[in-house]
Ligand binder design. Structure first.
Ligand code: ARG
Length: 425
């Protein structure tokens, strides 16, 4: 039923979709296959997909092709697991920033997400972690995609990002006479705990908090801490008790420090991380999710898109430092997962970040691992996505170039399969 819906919607959207029946068998011939588990490239491999899952992977020479199976020939291409972006905002339109965003309803934003979900998936991102949306628009998108209403990536959702009054996760554009407070605002350990419960109640898979100020918010500083250690300890203990991980927006060093000590699972941005923070992240196994492409878009397009002058100024202060710190943290051995803050820049351009990840110290293979196996681990979904392995969902992409030697090839994805259904060919 689900699959039938998917076929219909995909056709309506003009996508070349072929959807497998529940137990339909598809054989994929891969000229090169990127094995992200071992960090190697295997030649002439055959992947067998049964329904939504991968049921066999191995050398083509010894592969048995089941009679009647559909064959997809990617023998001239490089085949990889579907990519994962651990930091998106599918309901956010980058060209409606700052005051331009004030007139947009949560419902309108969620409908915008219908288009961005498709764009993101077609770009090869078969899974995303959406870390903040108004009106639980991300939860609605997740559920609609899962029910086959339209196509989009698998989603982990946060609902509202949680933060202090007047902080990065509040809405600070309105004058005091309006006296508006964002729904994610929670001050003090118990209020914050209650807010975690509220997010979980309405469908959050992950809890997003604002530990520091930000670039795109009004009246705060990226380097300044917002939540206290005590508040973050309450949030983390509540979230973990309820089986949810915590992602902490944190640019500044002290916010990063206290968030890691409180036990968050990932630090988002990590722009001004210092040596002590890197050491702490390693000790705690905390992932760093550093969005090092955004600077380009903010500085080139931000003013036009409505970003506040103060935001552009803040970006000029943190952008380059974040890229340098990406190199430093990676070389020191901190765990890294791919995340881009899509929504700050146009959806579907997610893979543009690979250029910077390689420029600032990763090999192409390491950047691909950050966007597959590592991100899957951070999402708590290592059992279902992140590698082309037996038992996992058949989330598979391909590119014509040699992505393992040049990750920028991932901006030109030529084939996308999600759960055995061909999305793009
Ligand atoms: N959402 C983030 C903030 O407003 C975006 C930061 C983008 N800048 C960067 N250099 N990564 O703080």
């Amino acid at each position: 039923m689900k699959l039938k819906h998917l076929l219909i919607s995909a056709t309506v959207l003009g996508v070349a979709a072929q959807v497998s029946a529940a137990d339909e068998v598809t054989v994929i011939r891969a000229g090169k296959l990127v094995d992200v588990v071992t960090g190697t490239v295997l030649k002439d491999q055959t992947i067998i997909v049964t329904g939504e899952r991968i049921t066999s992977v191995g050398p083509s020479a010894s592969a048995q092709t089941p009679a009647g199976a559909k064959v997809i020939d990617l023998s001239a291409q490089t085949v990889l697991p579907g990519l994962i972006d651990a930091h998106t905002h599918l309901t956010a339109d980058p060209y409606l920033s700052g005051y331009n965003a004030l007139g947009v309803s949560d419902t309108r934003a969620a409908l915008y997400g219908v288009r961005t979900a498709r764009k993101t998936l077609e770009a090869g991102f078969t899974t995303v972690r959406n870390v903040g949306a108004g009106g639980f628009g991300d939860v609605a998108l997740r559920d609609a995609i899962n029910e086959g209403d339209f196509i989009g990536p698998r989603m982990r959702t946060a609902g509202y990002a949680i933060g202090i009054k007047g902080g990065h996760c509040d809405e600070n554009l309105l004058p005091p006479d309006v006296n508006f407070t964002g729904r994610g605002v929670a001050d003090g350990p118990w209020e914050a705990r209650a807010k975690v419960r509220e997010m979980a109640k309405y469908g959050a898979d992950v809890i997003k908090i604002c530990a520091s100020g930000g670039v795109l918010s009004k009246g705060d500083e990226p380097g300044a801490q917002q939540y206290t250690l005590e508040e973050m300890q309450a949030i983390v203990s509540e979230a973990h008790k309820l089986g949810r991980k915590v992602a902490a927006h944190a640019h500044g060093a002290s916010a990063i420090h206290d968030a890691i000590v409180a036990g968050v699972d990932s630090i988002e941005h990590a722009s001004l991380i210092d040596d002590a923070g890197i050491k702490l992240a390693k000790e705690h196994g905390t992932y760093l999710v550093m969005d090092i492409y955004d600077d380009d878009f903010i500085l080139q397009e931000g003013a036009k898109a409505g970003m506040l002058p103060e935001s552009i100024e803040k970006e000029k202060k943190v952008g380059q430092i974040q890229r340098d710190n990406f190199r430093k943290a990676f070389q020191a051995g901190a765990k890294m997962a791919f995340g881009t803050d899509a929504g700050v820049y146009p959806h579907g351009d997610n893979a543009r970040q690979f250029y910077y990840m390689v420029k600032y110290g990763m090999t192409s293979m390491q950047a691909i691992q950050a966007a597959t196996i590592n991100a899957a681990d951070l999402l708590g979904w290592k059992d279902r996505v992140g590698s082309i392995s037996v038992g996992k969902y058949a989330d598979i992409i391909a590119v014509k170039g040699n992505a393992a030697d040049d990750a920028t090839e991932l901006t030109k994805v030529s084939f996308v399969m999600k759960g055995g259904a061909v999305i793009r060919q």
